[in-house]
Design a protein around this ligand. Structure first.
Ligand code: KG4
Ligand code: ZN
Length: 362
């Protein structure tokens, strides 16, 4: 089954063709990042206008690269939410119009489910993904721990109470005078920095909580930057590197500890990293090390034994971690197979900026 996926939830205009949920036939992403440099973040109206200009060229390019026309496509999948309303609407109305014109099923996809299914695009048939599993979805707009016992059965174990991890990376990068998006800039600076230089608050919330909170950490960095400014004037390269490394280490330790604590509690076979922050090499390495050395830290910093070390997966191709449409087409395939009635009437383009992950208790 060949699915054309469309993704316009934030600042990437993306389309892709994926076969049977795992094989990427083409994957096109037009990034608006240079457009948002000046503002240090996405201005929704600017993003939406650019989607209008780019959506049809991106769809045509991806069909050409797959060697197909719309007639060869079996269904059209599109991100319904969460995301920026004005951006979502462009993708939804484009997909909906094509579905009416060509009389194809229209499959609305939750953006976070899309990130989760990016890991299926990498799946090796000799090493299939095994349920139950827990996914840490970490992006600019979302930060969740999700338990999956089968396809499209999502149980939310925890989420951020304030900023998402990616949002914290972006805000701290702005404080340090680095570019947008902040994650790649911070991780590059952190490579030469000392992660122990600045002890920052490591917020685990109460015992056994699978929720996250990064706003206190962001404020602590803000205070450090203010102190440095009043002492030294400009920020030195050394300060930026050490501050980046200390901040990154803090986030990575919290994310990996919560993921492994949840894995231990729910006795899962696999843990997955998904979303833009899963591109972070330190996050991948620290999680890998903790699993192979069978430990994680609790909310008081106590070293605990990991009795059931799970298999770790993440998309090796970094372009599948950040927003793309191949992940939307992959999620749509498994959604179509598992929940055949979860389609959208053609002509409906109701984008939902606050769309929640549906809980399917199977
Ligand atoms: O999934 P994504 O492309 O968009 C959302 O759905 O939000 O994620 C973008 C986020 C940004 O906040 C960006 O700073 C972060 O992912 N990110 C990273 C890295 N690459 C992207 N964060 C940490 N380390 C990275 N290497
Ligand atoms: Zn995303």
């Amino acid at each position: 089954m060949k699915i054309l996926g469309i993704e316009t939830s934030c600042d990437e205009t993306a389309a892709a063709v994926v076969e049977d949920g795992v094989k990427v036939l083409s994957n096109t992403v037009f990034s608006q990042i240079p457009l948002h440099h000046a503002t240090g973040g996405v201005v929704p109206e600017v993003a939406a206008r650019e989607h209008v200009v780019k959506i049809m060229p991106v769809v045509s390019q991806t069909l050409n690269e797959a060697g197909m026309t719309l007639d060869d496509i079996d269904a059209i999948a599109v991100t319904q939410g969460p995301g920026l309303l004005s951006s979502l609407v462009i993708g939804m109305s484009t997909a909906s119009t094509m579905a009416i014109l060509k009389d194809k099923p229209l499959i609305p996809v939750n953006h976070i489910a899309g990130h989760i299914y990016a890991n299926w695009l990498d799946e090796d048939p000799k090493d299939p993904i095994q349920f139950p599993l827990i996914v840490l979805t970490v992006s600019g707009g979302h930060n969740e721990l999700v338990l999956m016992k089968s396809h499209h059965s999502f149980r939310l174990l925890g989420e951020t109470l304030d900023d998402a991890a990616g949002e914290a990376f972006d805000k701290v990068a702005r404080l340090l005078g680095l570019g947008y998006p902040g994650g790649p800039h911070i991780s590059r600076k952190a490579e030469t920095g000392n992660p122990k230089r600045y002890p920052l608050p490591r917020v685990y919330l109460q015992k056994d909580s699978f929720n996250f909170s990064f706003s206190g950490l962001k404020t602590a960095v803000l205070n450090l930057v203010k102190e440095e400014h009043s002492r030294e004037g400009a920020l030195s390269d050394e300060f930026i590197a050490d501050c980046s490394a200390s901040f990154q280490e803090n986030v990575v330790q919290i994310l990996s500890d919560k993921l492994l604590a949840a894995a231990e509690k729910y006795r899962v076979k696999e843990v997955h990293l998904a979303g833009g922050v899963s591109a972070n090499r330190r996050l991948r390495k620290v999680t890998e090390e903790k699993i192979s050395n069978k430990y994680y830290f609790d909310h008081k910093g106590k070293n605990l034994h990991l009795a059931l070390p799970p298999v770790l997966r993440y998309a090796k191709d970094i372009s599948l971690c950040t927003d793309n449409a191949a992940m939307i087409a992959a999620a749509a395939y498994f959604q179509y197979k598992t929940l055949p009635n979860k389609r959208m009437p053609q002509g409906n383009s109701l984008a939902d900026p606050n769309l929640r992950m549906y809980h399917n208790p199977r």
